[in-house]
Design a protein around this ligand. Structure first.
Ligand SMILES: Nc1nc2c(c(=O)[nH]1)N[C@H]1C(S)=C(S)[C@@H](COP(=O)(O)O)O[C@H]1N2
Ligand SMILES: [Mo]
Length: 404
């Protein structure tokens, strides 16, 4: 048996639950060995900044290969986050892709026939849809595990700026899969990115990719080529990215190069090693995460200074992947008393809800809090259960401000 057959066998064992003594490290190495081809031509790593667009400090805060939106920059900008301040999460760096030579290859055991490829023009000639949707990193709010709960977590220390809502135009994934000859035996779909491969702990894990079930693929997933009415910008996945509404950002693969459609379950390090809840409160193998949680943010920066004794309007936004927001309660005294915030503005798709509250601060220090509840009763706790990778922080955030 050669190494590839062995790996294949072990993967089948894992799928069938026969993988005793199969460590996460094995799985990680296996995932790297299985199913990852070379980079498709047309993708080329850039040497300089991992992000192409400018990062003006009043709009974006750089965090390694990433940049988060400054919430103060969302005041008065409307429902959609403009591209100039939309957060960027890059595992490595934004690749430069030539749309003229780019194509999408759809392949795998979940198709009736061989691989089918689509040029950008071919995708654009298919029936299009425009949808409002959020992209939100699973680690959004991670920094608060440490600053608010005193816990150790690994990963980018985002505050709440790893979320954005945009208007995405593209083609339904269901349309593309049906054109490609989707078989009724298909169970999983795995989009693969064209950015440079991701190396973690000295192991090359291959291109960024994460599987999701065919049911989700056929439900509301789109392949987007426009964002807020413009061609998809380089940093956000030009020429085509996946948008998986309501799910953690990693599902929305940027710089799409291929899609594997499989009749057997698929795995990648992004579904086995990362984007799972690990920790003392979780099973040893972790709990996979898909859907996002409920969060709220004020449209200001921590440490903001107000004029004492003068009426101001506090504004913010709340969102839940499970449905519209029903109410938002705001405290300006560290949680002692709460007031209902007023909702305002249109809410296309109910992706998030804008709200405001009048406030006349006395001189001195104050702590703001906002807590949202969606129509299903999902709400924000005071404390999020710890997980070592710091995902899905949904607790009420304590925001220090002052008036002078
Ligand atoms: N190919 C590729 N797709 C990717 C990523 C990546 O690094 N490479 N990052 C993912 C993660 S973790 C998030 S949160 C979102 C971020 O999308 P944005 O940069 O457009 O805000 O893209 C996802 N898609
Ligand atoms: Mo992410």
């Amino acid at each position: 048996m050669n190494e590839l057959e062995y790996d294949e066998r072990r993967l089948q064992d894992f799928v069938a639950g026969r993988a005793r003594g199969f460590s996460r490290r094995d799985l990680l190495l296996l995932s790297a060995a299985a199913g990852v081809g070379a980079l498709v031509p047309g993708a080329e790593a850039r040497a300089a900044s991992p992000i192409v667009k400018p990062l003006p400090p009043e709009l974006l805060r750089p965090l390694g290969t990433n940049a988060e939106t400054r919430w103060s920059s969302l005041k008065d900008v409307g429902y959609y986050v403009p591209i100039d301040r939309f957060f960027v999460r890059n595992h490595t760096s934004t690749p430069v892709i030539d749309a003229a030579t780019w194509n999408l290859s759809v392949f795998g055991s979940g198709l009736r026939g061989g691989p089918v490829s689509f040029t950008l023009d071919e995708l654009k000639r298919l029936p299009d849809v425009t949808i409002p949707a959020a992209v939100e990193c699973a680690g959004n709010g991670r920094g608060y595990f440490t600053s608010q709960q005193g816990q150790t977590v690994s990963g980018t220390a985002w505050t709440l700026g790893a979320v954005g809502v945009a208007r995405w135009r593209g083609v339904r994934l269901s349309t593309v899969l049906r054109r490609a000859g989707l078989s009724r035996h298909a169970v999983d779909v795995q989009p693969v990115g064209l950015d440079p491969t991701f190396v973690s702990g000295g192991v090359d894990l291959g291109p960024v990719r994460r599987p999701f079930p065919v049911e989700k693929a056929l439900d509301d997933v789109i392949l987007a080529y426009e964002m807020n009415g413009q061609d998809l910008p380089a940093d956000h996945g030009f020429p085509v990215r996946v948008i998986v509404p309501g799910w953690v950002g990693i599902a929305s693969i940027k710089w799409l190069g291929s899609i594997e459609v499989s009749a057997t379950p698929l795995f990648s390090p992004w579904s086995t090693q990362f984007y799972r809840l690990f920790g003392s409160e979780y099973p040893v193998d972790g709990v996979p995460i898909n859907e996002q949680v409920v969060k709220s943010a004020f449209e200001l920066d921590a440490g903001a200074v107000f004029e004492a004794g003068r009426r101001t309007v506090l504004t913010g936004r709340s969102w839940s992947a499970h449905g519209p927001i029903r109410k938002v309660e705001v405290s300006t005294d560290g949680g002692a008393t709460w007031k209902r915030a007023r909702f305002y503005g249109a809410t296309p798709g109910h992706v998030w809800q804008r709200w405001e509250l009048d406030w006349k601060p006395a001189a001195g220090a104050h702590e703001l809090r906002a807590r949202a509840t969606d129509v299903h009763g999902n709400t924000q706790p005071d404390v999020t259960v710890h997980n070592t990778l710091g995902y899905l922080f949904d607790a009420v955030v304590k925001v220090p401000v002052s008036a002078a």
